[in-house]
Write a protein that binds this ligand. Structure first.
Ligand SMILES: [Cu+2]
Length: 451
């Protein structure tokens, strides 16, 4: 009797939870309402079966409970009941599967007027490519990928020269036009998911997969990598902005073509050096760092990383509220007037002799080594040299006290949480690999051995 009541309560509870739960589909932003329809059909069918079976179970427990003088009847065959159940089950299964066949047919049939764009996934970031004026993407392959040509575009292919490359995790699309996403991976499996699009697809190394949709709602939506096996995919965050055609055209016009990125003149190291006198006050004449002024060592750091940080300080991504040390740096970045000045400065700093910073932090090296190899080496490499490929800077030989303040800042949300800080955001999660100041110092002490 008590059991029957519990089952009925579970059924009621499940139904109430289903209708009042806050965890439901996000608003849809494309024309794939048919996918929501098929999911809802599945909910209705399975929901009906769930309720019917459990209420029947509760009824049987109650009606046929043990009673003095009652005897169970053995009835192994019931032709009518079997036919009835088979028919009802068949209807339920067909109702769940049939709409899916039509939706899948639509999913694999891309409209002819769909324009293409490319999504490239790699550990652990997104990048995007749009066909230029010729409307065609150039031939590209992973073997051709280098720091200067991160998409691996074939230089011989004229169609690739006007391709528009977006080397960051934020992309735009115009509203009201069907688009086809060509999905390519540089390394392992990834999965391009925008919950508001409803459609998602794996990126498989060695092949080009695709999906298509038509945006119907202006807005900014998160891009997630839903490849849940393997490390680090959860840090692959990006955004897609659905724009009006005008805004989209304006944004696209600001992005460089592949030819432009290839034709960029080499940075002017002497011009960078001339401006470094100011920086030397806080970072040392050879960029060796100056702890008294909280200025970290810069020498030895890769140009792409210095460049990104200077842009971050200039645009307020670093050095915001609560970031006292960053606030001392931010106005200094303003003295570099444009992107060229920043490139020149980064090139000069990268040319400075890399002498390992003095050790000021000690800790349990073995514990630091085990934390580092499990959590950090995948991006910063075993020897902590960093690599442009994962966007992770060099840590070996850096100012160890600065390592400690930065990890503490990531943990406190002082660095990495600005909405334009796609790279620092990865470190916000990673910085929790250390339980507190002691383990942060352990890792710093271990990195001190890698010089
Ligand atoms: Cu991924």
């Amino acid at each position: 009797m008590a059991l029957a009541v519990v089952i009925v309560l579970l059924v009621i509870g499940s139904i109430v939870f289903h209708f009042t739960s806050p965890w439901w589909f996000t608003d849809i932003a494309v024309d794939w309402g048919s996918i929501d329809f098929t999911m809802n059909v599945t909910f209705w069918v399975t929901g009906f079966v769930f309720v019917a079976c459990n209420l029947f179970l509760a009824y049987c427990i109650y009606a046929f409970r043990q009673k003095e003088g009652h005897k169970a009847v053995y009835e192994p065959e019931n032709h009518k009941l079997e036919v009835g159940l088979s028919v009802v089950t068949a209807i339920g299964v067909v109702a769940m599967l049939a709409p899916g066949l039509f939706v899948w047919a639509a999913f694999v049939t891309v409209p002819e007027d769909a324009t293409e764009y490319e999504v490239m996934g790699q550990q652990w970031q997104w990048a995007f490519r749009y066909p230029g004026a010729d409307g065609k993407l150039g031939y590209a392959e992973t073997q051709l990928v280098t720091e200067a040509n991160p998409f691996g575009i074939n230089l011989e292919d004229p169609r690739g020269q006007d391709d528009i490359v977006v080397l960051g995790p934020n992309m735009h699309l115009p509203i009201g036009k069907p688009v086809k996403a060509l999905l390519r991976s540089n390394d392992v499996l990834h999965n391009y998911t925008v919950p508001q699009f409803r459609v998602k697809m794996d990126l498989v190394p060695g092949m080009v997969s695709y999906l298509w949709f038509e945006p119907t709602k202006v807005g900014t939506y998160d891009i997630l990598c839903e490849e849940l096996c393997g490390i680090g995919h959860f840090v692959m965050r990006g955004a897609v902005v659905i724009d009006t055609q005008e805004d989209y055209d304006a944004w696209l016009a600001q992005q460089p073509t592949f030819a432009e990125t290839q034709a960029m003149a080499a940075p002017n190291i002497a011009a960078g050096q001339a401006q470094f006198a100011l920086c030397a006050t806080c970072h040392g004449t050879q960029g060796e760092g100056n702890q008294a002024l909280n200025g970290p060592k810069l020498a030895g750091q890769q140009a792409w990383y210095i460049e990104r940080q200077l842009k971050y300080f200039k645009s307020g991504v670093r050095g915001g509220e609560g970031d006292t040390n960053g606030q001392a740096m931010a106005p200094m970045a303003q003295t570099l007037v444009d992107d060229n000045a920043i490139r020149n400065m980064a090139a000069y700093i990268a040319s400075l002799p890399d002498v390992a910073a003095a050790q000021t932090v000690s800790g349990d090296i073995d514990n630091g080594a085990s934390i580092y190899s499990r959590n950090c080496a995948a991006c910063h490499l075993d020897n902590a040299d960093g690599t442009w490929y994962t966007d992770a800077p060099k840590l070996a030989g850096m100012s160890d006290w600065y390592f400690v303040t930065q990890i503490s800042n990531f943990r406190a949300g002082i660095r990495g949480l600005h909405r334009n800080d796609a790279y620092g955001e990865q470190m916000v999660g990673m910085s929790t690999a250390m339980s507190g100041i002691e383990e942060i110092e352990d890792v710093a002490a271990y990195i001190n051995t890698l010089r």
